[in-house]
Structure formats: structure tokens, C-alpha cells
Design a protein around this ligand. Structure first.
Ligand code: ZN
Length: 410
């Protein structure tokens, strides 16, 4: 099903929407530049209303659609500011072109948010239904609670018509301290997933999307796998003939020791995922380990002055969170701490894929509590819409006080 602006009534696109239309004054950066950029790029309703949009600026815009980055070398080593300026000028007055195609790759212009000295770019691999109802995906949630929040969960996060959850699959591209860093690597292409067919034999343009953001495979310095589920390690490797080889040959892959041990088939650990992760270790972890690219870590791992990894177990034993602290800006890249914003307003609801339900709840409370206290933006791996949230505490629950400024995926 094609879902794009042309097929959606104008009233729906511009309807008052508490969760999207909150307007908060910009905190830092040059707000004048932000307004100018929005005007030039013709950004849509949601972006203009989101305060983080003041920070966002388009880098390569629609060059990918025009085929101008078919040679990825044009993207490597570009002058970011100049490219952003040229891109904005080239497309002045035009609306962003984003393909909104349910259930497959989402290709769109890359955007960047600046937090302190770190840039954050969203690299999309997939958006659509995961062919699971809320009750299947989140067994603790009730139909009534989804209905209660229907006005903002639908349509981006839930299709009430089919009663299916919608998610994104995205990699966070960070540039910090001169290094290019990927947080999670999605599902990958051509993987054999006999017990997780949804992620099997994908064939997406993920690497083109990455190149459009200026990162060729050889440019990547660090890969962070928040955990080792099939949809977080896929692009660790690519198929070369009959062999799986590291996609990012110059990168160090940071993998939590506890997940490495838990998912190592030699240890034969039972999982709530059943055999869903079959083949994952062999085709997406072992090749990078054998190439000498893996660095296992446990507890806390400092990446640089802006970034720090910390265990956040529950979803899996080695699930982790990447803390960004730069200047007064804060962000948490939380992997699968949540799969839907419904879990923010009802944080006791685990996904059916959480290995330790009690620990998953405790970790969710801890990290959202931290985010509420510090004002950190929270970036999950699967959140569509604007990609990230800011939360505030409501007793033992949380509310969404704002959204990140990435353009809405829907
Ligand atoms: Zn996931």
C-alpha cells in the first residue's frame, strides 16, 4: 500500500495533533538560520512545529533520487556546510521528497541534528507494519489503552484498520571527535532467517542511504551493536560471492560481551525468541570477529569525550544504551528499550522479545527517569514518526513532552 501525501486528505495531514504540534522555543544554535533553512527547503508541517527542527538541516537532500550519488565517492569527504548550502539552494521552494511506501525500504533525504559537538543522522532501512497486533507484540497492553492513545499513535505507530504495529528500522549515524560511528546495523540484505522470515532475504538500498549521508563503508570507524538481535546486526556483514564479509572493513565493532556469550550458539542458551536469531551469530558476528574487528566490552565503555556505552539489560542480557553528553545537550540511543511510544506512556509493557521481563521494566524506568531528569532526547532503533522523543515523568509513567526534529516517517 502506498501511503503518501497525495493519497491522504489534507485535513489529516494538518490536523491539530497534540503530540506533534507542540511548539517550544529553540534552546541553542542559530534560530534565524533554522527558520531560513526551513523556508528554503519547504519543510513540512511537522518539522516546522518541532523545536528540534530548528537544529535540523538537510545535507544531501534529493541528490540520491537524482542519481547524483550513484558514485558513492562523491559523498566521501564532502564539505558538510557547503553541501548543505548547495543542497538547500538547489531545492529552494520544493517540498521534501520522501517515498512513503508501507512495508519496505524508506528512501529519503538525509537530515542531521546537531547535539553539542556531535551530529546525528537517521539512516532508514525500513518502515511499515511488522505484521503483529499490539496484543501479540506487547502482551501486557490492553486494546483499551491503544484506543485511549489512538489519536496520536495512529497512523504512524499503529494501523487501527489492520490492528498492526508499525515500526521503523533505522541506524543512527553519529559523527563525534572526527570519527564516523554507526549505532545498530539493521537487518541487512540476503540474510537467511528461517525462523524470523520477516527479516529474511531483504534487498534494500540501505548502503545507498548511508552514502547519501556522506558515509561510504570504508569511512565508518566504529560500529555499535546495542544488542545482537537479527535486526540490529544485519549490516555488520554483506554477501561477497558465497561469503559473509565485514561491510565496514575499517571499523571496530563494539559488541557487549554478555550478548556475545548469550547468543553464541556454542552456549546453547534458551531464548524467548525461540530460534528467531538462528544464523545471526554465524553470518553477522563471526565474520567480523574472525576479521579481528570486534571489541567486546562489559559494564561501561567510554568511546570518547561525548559518547559512553553502558549496559541496559533486560531486553537481552547485553542490551546497552549509548549516552551522548556534549556541552549541555544530552541524548540516549536506547536500541530496543521501546518499540513503540505506547511503552513510554505505559512503561511496564514489555515486548514479547524481552528476555527478562522484570529487568526490562526496571531498565526502562531507569533510563526514562534519567531522560526526564536531564532532558535527554531518546532515540530508539524502531521509532518512526520524528525518530526521537523527549519525556517527562508522570508518577511511575512518562509522557512525551516533545519530539525530535527529524521529518516524520509515515
Ligand atoms: Zn529491534
Amino acid at each position: 500500500m502506498v501511503v503518501d501525501n497525495k493519497t491522504r486528505p489534507e485535513a489529516e495531514l494538518s490536523r491539530p495533533h497534540d503530540q506533534y504540534t507542540r511548539t517550544i522555543s529553540p534552546r541553542k544554535r542559530d534560530p534565524q538560520r533554522g527558520r531560513q533553512a526551513e523556508s528554503e527547503a519547504g519543510l513540512d508541517h511537522y518539522q516546522v512545529r518541532s523545536w528540534r527542527a530548528w537544529y535540523a538541516h538537510i545535507t544531501l537532500s534529493m541528490l540520491a533520487h537524482a542519481g547524483a550519488v550513484s558514485d558513492a565517492s562523491q559523498c566521501g569527504g564532502y564539505d558538510k556546510q557547503d553541501l548543505a548550502r548547495r543542497s538547500l539552494l538547489a531545492h529552494a521552494g520544493k517540498r521534501r521528497k520522501t517515498e512513503r511506501i508501507e512495508g519496505r525500504l524508506v528512501k529519503s533525504a538525509p537530515e542531521e541534528i546537531i547535539l553539542g559537538d556531535v551530529s546525528v543522522t537517521r539512516i532508514k532501512e525500513f518502515y511499515g507494519s511488522v505484521e503483529m497486533t499490539p496484543a501479540e507484540f506487547f502482551p501486557g497492553s490492553t486494546p483499551q489503552s491503544w484506543e485511549q492513545h489512538r489519536d496520536w499513535l495512529a497512523p504512524d505507530f499503529w494501523n487501527p484498520g489492520t490492528n498492526e504495529v508499525r515500526v521503523a528500522l533505522q541506524t543512527w549515524l553519529l559523527r563525534s571527535g572526527g570519527r564516523t560511528i554507526l549505532v545498530d546495523t539493521g537487518a541487512g540484505n540476503h540474510k537467511e532467517r528461517p525462523y524470523a522470515p520477516f527479516w529474511s532475504h531483504r534487498d534494500t538500498d540501505f548502503l545507498d542511504n548511508l552514502a547519501a549521508a556522506g558515509a561510504r563503508p570504508q569511512d565508518v570507524d566504529l560500529v555499535v551493536n546495542t544488542h545482537l538481535h537479527t535486526d540490529h546486526v544485519g549490516w555488520n556483514t554483506r554477501l561477497d560471492g558465497r561469503s559473509w564479509v565485514p561491510t565496514f572493513p575499517n571499523a571496530t565493532y563494539l559488541i557487549p560481551q554478555r550478548d556475545f556469550d548469550f547468543w553464541n550458539p556454542a552456549n546453547n542458551n534458551p531464548s524467548v525468541f525461540g530460534r528467531g536469531n538462528q544464523n545471526v551469530f554465524e553470518d553477522s558476528v563471526t565474520p567480523v570477529r574472525d576479521a579481528g574487528l570486534v571489541q567486546l566490552w562489559d559494564g561501561v565503555h567510554r568511546i570518547d569525550g561525548n559518547l559512553k556505552l553502558e549496559l541496559a539489560p533486560g531486553h537481552t542480557p547485553g542490551s546497552s544504551v549509548l549516552h551522548l553528553e556534549s556541552g549541555s545537550d544530552r541524548a540516549l540511543f536506547v536500541g530496543d528499550l521501546v518499540h513503540t511510544p505506547h511503552q513510554i506512556v505505559e512503561p511496564d509493557n514489555n515486548s514479547c522479545f524481552c528476555e527478562d521481563p522484570a529487568e526490562a521494566r526496571a531498565t526502562r524506568q531507569r533510563l526514562f527517569g534519567l531522560a526526564a531528569t536531564t532532558g535527554a532526547l531518546v532515540f530508539p532503533a524502531h521509532l518512526p514518526g520524528p525518530g526521537g522523543v523527549q519525556v517527562e515523568r508522570r508518577g511511575t509513567r512518562f509522557a512525551i513532552s516533545d519530539w525530535a526534529g527529524f521529518s516524520r516517517i509515515s
